[in-house]
Write a protein that binds this ligand. Structure first.
Ligand code: GLA
Length: 380
């Protein structure tokens, strides 16, 4: 398909252009909505958005990847069950207006090179690009943290996915060559410099698409909430799983129903792993960090039950390879991507080998992406 742009669609030059990155999460999965800790990295794949003002109160939004356009009245904005991609910008528009921002009419053209629907934060990047772009276009002067929460709310209430704040937060606040340690309760954060020496972060895409609208994500969130209630009954009143130590949990875990026990145990242990990993990365101890990646994966597979055969297969193969320090699924799971820390001069041999074995078993090839830690949303 011919690469179209703003000028071709709208017949004049845009006023501004912005970008917002996708993400991987190094460790801390399904901990964000449990008020715990996460360690994501913004990647060098992104959504780019060009915007121009209109004289009326309409928003005309063109998605370059799909070649589709929607047009809406800012005062009459509702869920679109036909062009579901448009619900991300629609949700952001609604959240901004509800928050009290004065928006004028605008034309928008966006496209991205983040693989879609495979857990690399493409939908959050669309939301962040729109929130940041509209903030810049209309001089709203909103804080990045505030906009991240606003985008999360848009996804929760407009799109209907009860996601946490991680993806939106890192897309706004990512930093080149750094991971971001985020406390999802206080929203305090700290940058951790990534000194990967002769190793590289590699994404392995199983090719299995997963929609967050998939009810299994919301089900896990409900189970964690029920876990909180069960623990409150036999230990102490708590508001989130982050308030329980492993020691306390181990004393009472036999009284918790099995599935809630498994979900809660994952979250409590994963929070510990995140804190430990951030210290290990500060000390450049990549070996120990890699081992914890694998432990996190095992927990997501066995206790939280959000992995799948394909992800398990990839992680199992990679962890046995001497050129790999660690591997795990990243994002919500149920398909999507794994990440691995692989020795640079080993990548060339490992890629065809793993592809071949994967193809034999699943009759399809995984995709590999080498990535670098990048900046959060910015003007271009
Ligand atoms: C998705 C959600 C995040 C987070 C991860 C799992 O990416 O958008 O908020 O819950 O899954 O860690």
């Amino acid at each position: 398909m011919k690469d179209r742009n703003y000028l071709e669609i709208f017949g004049k030059e845009p006023d501004i252009a912005v970008r917002a990155p996708g993400r991987i999460n190094l460790i801390g999965e399904h901990t964000d909505y449990n008020k715990g800790f996460v360690l994501p990295v913004a990647i060098d794949r992104q959504i780019t958005l060009t915007l121009g003002r209109r004289a009326d109160k309409k928003a005309v939004i063109f998605c370059g990847n799909l070649g589709e356009k929607v047009s809406l009245d800012l005062s009459q904005n509702s869920y679109d069950s036909k062009r579901t991609w448009s619900n991300y910008p629609r949700g952001v528009i609604q959240s901004l207006i509800l928050e009290g921002s004065e928006l004028g009419g605008f034309n928008a053209f966006f496209r991205g090179d983040i693989p879609m629907g495979v857990g690399l934060g493409s939908s959050a990047a669309v939301e962040v690009a729109f929130a940041y772009g509209l903030d810049q276009l209309f001089g709203l002067s909103l804080e990045r943290k505030k906009m991240a929460i606003l985008c999360q709310k848009a996804e929760n209430s407009f799109v209907g996915v009860n996601c946490g704040v991680m993806d939106q937060f890192i897309s706004f606040l990512g930093r080149k060559d750094h991971a971001l340690l985020l406390d999802c309760q206080s929203l305090e954060y700290k940058y951790i410099r990534l000194n990967l020496k002769n190793f590289r972060l590699v994404i392995i895409d199983t090719g299995i698409k997963r929609e967050l609208q998939d009810t299994r994500y919301n089900t896990r969130r409900n189970e964690c909430e029920q876990g909180v209630k069960a623990i409150s009954k036999c230990l102490k009143a708590i508001n989130s799983l982050r308030e329980v130590s492993l020691l306390e949990f181990n004393n009472i875990k036999d009284f918790i129903p099995k599935n809630l026990r498994m979900r809660s145990q994952h979250v409590i242990e994963e929070n510990k792993r995140v804190k430990l990993c951030s210290r290990l990365l500060e000390k450049n101890d990549l070996q120990s960090f890699g081992r914890l990646m694998v432990r996190s994966h095992q927990s997501l597979s066995d206790l939280f039950e959000v992995s799948c055969n394909e992800l398990d297969f990839i992680v199992e193969k990679l962890r046995k390879d001497p050129g790999v320090l660690g591997a795990r699924m990243t994002g919500a799971g149920f398909g999507g991507c794994a990440i691995a820390l692989i020795k640079e001069d080993h990548i060339e041999s490992i890629v065809p080998e793993l592809s071949g074995e994967y193809r034999k078993r699943y009759s399809t090839e995984p995709r590999f992406y080498l990535i670098n830690a990048s900046e959060g949303a910015s003007r271009i």
